[in-house]
Design a protein around this ligand. Structure first.
Ligand SMILES: [Zn+2]
Length: 220
């Protein structure tokens, strides 16, 4: 497990599994993931969506990724613990089913947290291992969709060796997080590239899809 190296606001188990971990962490509530922006309150049902949240102690929730970005968040609503796990590939990160015409999944999540009475500046958060700008070649339409986000910065588009752009997807999500009021000091991200780490991580883009990583979180 790769564990975010930051203090947590309450006792918490969280982190990102690797090839060295059990491919199916026990007692994990998960989703049928569809690269969208729907976030569900966790239950025993297998729901459709790309984000789960819960305020229940000892109720482990997680998302499955290979190159997409797993995002874990932990905060408090009226002094009670709240946690969420999101699955953010580029379609979910830009929102609007990949068009950028609606808020992305991190924006949706933090707005819901705020609407429930949470303060985003108190969230501990971590982006997990994912395809990084060194390897994430995309089409121009992906960049154009991401550019619609108010937190977009020109430096998130990088030059690729083959003439096609590369997207800094983690950087894009971090830029959104900071714009949403999350604190840089509470960022426990693990900045590893799934393509660059074949011994440690699964990667769809590297055609190494025997299994997958889990990003999971549990209030203790
Ligand atoms: Zn890489």
């Amino acid at each position: 497990m790769l564990t975010p190296a930051i203090p947590t606001p309450f006792p918490l188990a969280w982190g990102f599994s690797t090839k060295q971990d059990d491919p199916w962490p026990p007692s994990l509530r998960r989703l049928h993931q569809i690269h969208g922006t729907v976030i569900q309150e966790a239950s025993e049902e297998l729901q459709e969506g790309d984000g789960l949240w819960t305020m229940k102690p000892r109720y482990r929730i997680g998302v499955r990724t290979a190159d997409c970005v797993p995002i874990l968040l932990a905060g408090q609503i009226e002094a009670l613990p709240w946690v969420a796990a999101l699955h953010a590939g580029w379609r979910s990160a830009v929102g609007g089913n990949g068009t950028g015409d609606a808020p992305g999944i991190l924006r949706v999540c933090v707005e819901q947290f705020r609407d429930q009475g949470g303060d985003p500046s108190n969230l501990a958060w971590a982006l997990g291992p994912s395809i990084q700008k060194c390897h994430f070649e995309v089409g121009e339409e992906v960049i154009q969709a991401a550019e619609k986000d108010p937190a977009w910065e020109a430096g998130l588009r990088c030059a690729g060796q083959r003439g096609r752009p590369h997207l800094d997807l983690q950087g894009f999500l971090r830029s959104q997080a900071l714009a949403l009021g999350l604190a840089a000091a509470k960022d426990g991200s693990v900045n590893l590239c799934t393509v660059c780490e074949p011994d440690l991580l699964w990667s769809l883009r590297r055609d190494d899809w025997g299994d997958h990583q889990w990003g999971w979180i549990e209030i203790l």
